[in-house]
Structures are given as structure tokens and as C-alpha cells.
Design a protein around this ligand. Structure first.
Ligand SMILES: CSCCC(=O)C(=O)COP(=O)(O)O
Ligand code: MG
Length: 238
């Protein structure tokens, strides 16, 4: 496998980001986020007493200075959606809300055709595939379980979200590598965010910047790539 630079070696495993990498940013921003935003007040009201939901609502209240009504918590969460905050509590709650949307077939998850094809080919070639996204693990499973290319969940060997740590912190990638059980240099991380690639490289992983023109109309070239190999689609990884 080679990328648009000479740094990528044939990986023994691939770790991929979702938004902006396998899938378009606009699907997340224009379909998933508004769906969660709309559904949040009713979700908090009807399911707020379930322990699995309450735990995250309480985490939001604590971060917001303590005692808050459920209505206020819903408003805080809506504000976080507007700011695209990658907060673990928000991501967990969004995942629960999106489950309804996928189940009732309100939408399927976008996946770039080149990403779907490459993931299928790598899986067929025996390369273990992993996901690391700010979206919660249940949200990731829903996403790939209801993708435009069908149910892809069986192709993945593992899933990681921000419960393992932030995506811009090298320590998170070290923990992921421990779980995968391969030398860091044998694992290729694909992402649209240079700061995430910097953290992965600090932890020893191979890295490739996925610079999709649909998502990033101004190509990130030269110094903007921070020396990471750069591709515009997965098909550039032969
Ligand atoms: C898979 S859940 C939907 C995407 C999402 O909420 C998100 O924050 C994705 O961020 P990523 O780390 O995949 O860029
Ligand atoms: Mg991303």
C-alpha cells in the first residue's frame, strides 16, 4: 500500500476516523446534528430517568455548575451541538437519539463510495479495521450498521471513542495500540484533522491525511499537512 507520499508502509491494521474521512461532514452537520437537536427536549423528558441516560445528563449538569433543570440541560446540549463540541456526554446522548432515526429509516449514514470499497477490500485482504471517532461507540455501530453501503459492522475488529481519551492526545493512541496489540508503526491512522494525526504520529502510528475536496474546498498542502501523507480519497491507498 502506498499513499501520496513515501511515508506509508503496508499496514497490519487500519484505524479510521469517520466524519470527514470515511463520510461527509455535511451528512453529520446537516442531517445527524439537526435530528438530535430537534429530538433532545422530548428525549430528556421521556428517557431522563433511565440510569444510562441520567448518568450523562448529570455529567452535563455538573459541568454546567451543578443543579440544573432537565430543560436547562437540554438547552445546554443543544448549544453544544451548535458549537460542534466533541463532549463524551453529548456524543453518548446523540447516539441514543440517532438510534430512533436509523431504526425508523429516517436516514442512512453517508459513506464515500471509495471508502466503502477500500474498507471492503482491506477486510477481504485480512487487514483488521478499527474505528476511532468522537461519535460514541454505539453511534459508530449504528452509523456503519445503517450506511449507504449496507451493514458494514462485521468488517470492523474494534471501536474506540473519546472514553479512551481525546483524539488530539497521544496517550489515547497509545491506549488504542495496547488494545490492538500490534506495534504502533504497523497501524495506519486515517483522519481529516491534522491535530489528530499529529497526536497519532507522536504515539508512533503511521498517518495519512484524508483531504476530501467536498469537505475541505481549500486543499491542505505543503506546511499545512504537517508532513503527513495526503490523499483525497481512499482509492489513493492502493
Ligand atoms: C459516528 S457518530 C457521528 C459523527 C459525530 O458525531 C462526530 O463527532 C464525528 O467525529 P469524528 O471524530 O468522526 O470526526
Ligand atoms: Mg473527522
Amino acid at each position: 500500500m502506498s499513499a501520496a507520499s513515501d511515508t506509508a508502509r503496508r499496514p497490519k491494521a487500519i484505524l479510521t476516523d469517520i466524519e470527514g474521512t470515511t463520510s461527509s461532514i455535511s451528512f453529520v452537520k446537516d442531517v445527524l446534528f439537526p435530528y438530535a437537536r430537534r429530538a433532545l427536549p422530548a428525549f430528556v423528558q421521556t428517557r431522563g430517568r433511565e440510569p444510562a441516560v441520567r448518568k450523562w445528563l448529570d455529567a452535563v449538569a455538573t459541568e454546567n455548575g451543578g443543579m440544573c433543570s432537565d430543560r436547562m440541560i437540554a438547552e445546554v446540549l443543544q448549544g453544544w451541538i451548535d458549537q460542534d463540541r466533541k463532549h463524551t456526554a453529548l456524543k453518548a446522548l446523540q447516539g441514543m437519539i440517532w438510534a430512533d432515526g436509523y431504526r425508523s429509516a429516517d436516514f442512512t449514514a453517508h459513506i464515500y463510495p471509495d471508502a466503502a470499497e477500500s474498507l471492503k477490500r482491506w477486510h477481504a485482504d485480512g487487514i483488521p479495521l478499527y474505528v476511532y471517532s468522537s461519535g460514541s461507540v454505539p453511534a459508530q455501530r449504528l452509523f456503519f450498521g445503517h450506511s449507504d453501503a449496507g451493514d458494514m459492522t462485521a468488517m470492523f475488529s474494534g471501536w474506540f471513542d473519546t472514553e479512551i481519551g481525546g483524539k488530539r492526545e497521544a496517550a489515547s493512541y497509545r491506549r488504542i495500540i495496547e488494545t490492538i496489540g500490534l506495534p504502533a508503526g504497523d497501524v495506519l491512522f486515517l483522519s481529516d484533522v491534522v491535530a489528530e494525526l499529529d497526536a497519532a504520529r507522536e504515539a508512533g502510528l503511521d498517518t495519512v491525511l484524508v483531504d476530501r475536496l467536498e469537505d475541505y474546498p481549500d486543499p491542505r498542502t505543503g506546511e499545512a499537512t504537517h508532513g503527513h501523507a495526503r490523499i483525497e480519497g481512499f482509492d489513493a491507498l492502493a
